[in-house]
Design a protein around this ligand. Structure first.
Ligand code: ATP
Ligand code: MG
Length: 239
């Protein structure tokens, strides 16, 4: 038997992503790799292009240049629905729920987006976030910001994604719920992949195996958390 163990191929690889809006470019050749297991955190100042990068990877925007490779397949320009079918879940920074539907209906949509016979059950969402169980009949649009975040995360997880792309899942969430969210993400990332945007550097470094610092649309630091100079990173993020 060979002693050689090949490094695990990336589940998602972004190569040289250039993207933007109308006349303005936001990303200038971004490379990111997400392995099949574990968490990669993207950090950066407001307006650095973090959400634009996630939306481009998820197929909500087409890159001007560059490629998105999922499990060895070029999926550049795939629709978001196509990405969901390929097992990628998405928790957006805002508007993560169907406001006109109830909590239960939102969760059922999550179940339906996943593979048939996945075995996922709506109760898993209530185990994850017990607060949701008291609100099954409430219209999602009338929930608080933190409750909507919980619902968006639970719905994405019910679809049984192999990769979960999450844009600031703890933003605006009360500290007690932050712990629940971080716990759910830790459990998920034990055998799945997470690509996360997280403003809170402490959470990012605590959760992630590797970190990517985006500055004005360019990757300026990228690597495993244990080899990153945290003080340098904090300095680069300082106002
Ligand atoms: N729909 C849009 N049309 C035009 N410009 C946009 C649009 N969305 C974002 N931008 C601009 O693109 C740049 C990057 O925005 P993006 O939302 O990707 O940043 P971000 O790093 O996620 O910031 P934040 O930390 O505030 O969420 C910003 O300058 C923003 O104003
Ligand atoms: Mg953003």
């Amino acid at each position: 038997m060979s002693e050689h163990i090949a490094s695990p191929a990336a589940l998602l690889r972004a190569e040289g992503i250039v993207a933007g809006y109308a006349a303005s470019r936001v990303l200038f050749g971004v490379d990111v790799e997400v392995p099949a297991v574990g968490t990669v955190a993207i950090v950066g100042r407001n307006g650095a292009g973090k959400t634009t990068l996630l939306r481009t990877l998820m197929g909500y925007m087409k890159p001007i240049a560059g490629r998105v490779i999922l499990d060895g397949v070029d999926v550049t320009g795939q629709s978001a629905a196509g990405m969901v079918r390929r097992g990628v879940g998405y928790v957006p920074q805002e508007q993560g729920v169907f406001a006109g539907l109830t909590v239960r209906e939102n969760l059922l949509l999550g179940l339906r987006a996943g593979p048939k016979k996945s075995g996922a059950k709506i109760e898993e969402a209530f185990e994850l976030f017990p607060k949701l169980s008291a609100r099954v009949a409430q219209q999602a649009g009338t929930m608080s910001g933190g409750e909507r975040k919980m619902l968006a995360i639970a719905r994405a997880m019910l679809a049984r994604p192999r990769l979960l792309i999450m844009d600031e899942p703890t933003e605006g969430v009360w500290v007690g719920v932050v712990d629940e969210i971080l716990g759910a993400m830790r459990t998920f990332a034990k055998d799945h992949a997470i690509l996360l945007v997280e403003q809170h550097l402490g959470f990012a470094l605590d959760l992630a195996d590797s970190v990517v610092l985006l500055d004005r649309g360019n990757v300026v630091v990228s690597g495993p958390c244990e080899s990153i100079d945290r003080d340098q990173l904090a300095k680069r993020l300082a106002p």
